[in-house]
Design a protein around this ligand. Structure first.
Ligand code: CP
Ligand code: NVA
Length: 306
């Protein structure tokens, strides 16, 4: 099983994870076994969640720094994946390029060893699982179909996976990004394809003006304006200035609306310190749920025995 993005999972699996249902895995799921995690970018939450999840399932995580592995420098990406699949029960990776993830996953597809995307420039599925889990935790008793997320900011990896996780759970979502930073036709087609395949009644909308998308929303979500690997794109900051999540923006949302951010956050850029640390913020619950969601995902994926 390959999890490159949320739409590699059946919608029912996403819903089970969001509802905190475990898979077949128990605390001895990975007993006597190891899980590989390769990181080409920095990480705190994801790396910590992998470590905690593998330990909770009785296994041992083995971390590799990208520069030591030298993917496509010291060794072809495919060869790295094959080696890791022969040593470990599950392979996971945070990679600069999603095409590298696809090549690695392709090389071990059929081996019985699952491969999980821990963030690429395209998607961040393990984040999105924690996001929809958090939304459901924060609105107990509210059917997912009655909940609406407003994502304000860059149509990036986090947003792409979030849209798909919203679709899988039946939540509606509206994305506001500046001109030139919105999802393109291919993305919109993939959202619609997943919506149809899932039989989801979600509404997925796109806008430009953040002030217009926030009214009627239960969740305001934002992420950094400049993602890892985009450090030279300094021009982005100017385009995103009107997209800061502030008290003034929140005043337009539903009275009970909460604020999410995948973290790390840049106070004074995409979100004010006042909002990030304010009473509507649920970012620490969300960050804690990275661990719970990783446990649920890994226990559902299983992994090769022996
Ligand atoms: N949200 C998230 O993925 O955090 P890290 O980059 O610290 O893993
Ligand atoms: N969009 C951000 C998310 C970090 C968790 C990035 O890719 O850097």
């Amino acid at each position: 099983m390959i999890v490159g993005d949320i739409d590699d999972l059946e919608a029912a699996t996403v819903r089970d994870i969001a509802a905190r249902k475990r898979g077949a895995g128990s605390s001895s799921h990975f007993a006597g076994r190891t899980v590989a995690a390769v990181f080409e970018h920095a990480s705190l939450r994801t790396r910590s969640a992998v470590a905690g999840a593998v330990a909770a399932l009785g296994g041992i995580p083995v971390f590799f720094a990208g520069e030591e592995v030298g993917i496509d420098q010291r060794e072809r990406a495919e060869d790295v994946a094959i080696l890791l699949s022969r040593h470990h029960s599950l392979v996971s990776a945070r990679l600069r390029s999603h095409s590298t993830f696809t090549r690695m996953a392709g090389a071990i597809e059929g081996s019985g060893v699952p491969m999980v995307n821990l963030l690429t420039d395209y998607a961040h599925p393990t984040q999105a699982l924690a996001d929809v889990m958090t939304v459901q935790d924060c609105f107990p008793g509210r059917p997912a179909e009655s909940l609406k997320i407003a994502y304000v900011g860059d149509s990036n990896n986090v947003a792409r996976s979030l849209v798909k996780a919203a679709i899988a759970t039946g939540m509606s979502i509206v994305v506001a990004s500046p001109e030139g930073y919105s999802f393109d036709g291919d993305d919109r087609a993939s959202f619609e394809a997943y919506r149809r395949a899932s039989g989801s009644a979600s509404t997925v909308e796109f806008g430009v003006d953040p002030l217009e998308v926030v009214p009627g929303s239960d969740v305001i979500y934002t992420d950094v304006w400049v993602s890892m690997g985009q450090e030279t794109m300094v021009e982005k900051a100017a385009a995103f200035r009107p997209y800061q999540v502030s008290e003034a923006l929140l005043d337009r949302a539903n009275r009970e609306a909460i604020v999410l951010h995948c973290l790390p956050a840049h106070r004074g850029s995409e979100i004010t310190a006042e909002v990030l640390e304010g009473p509507r913020s649920r970012v620490w619950e969300q960050a804690k749920n990275r661990l719970d969601a990783m446990v649920a995902l890994f226990s559902m994926l299983g992994g090769r025995d022996g």
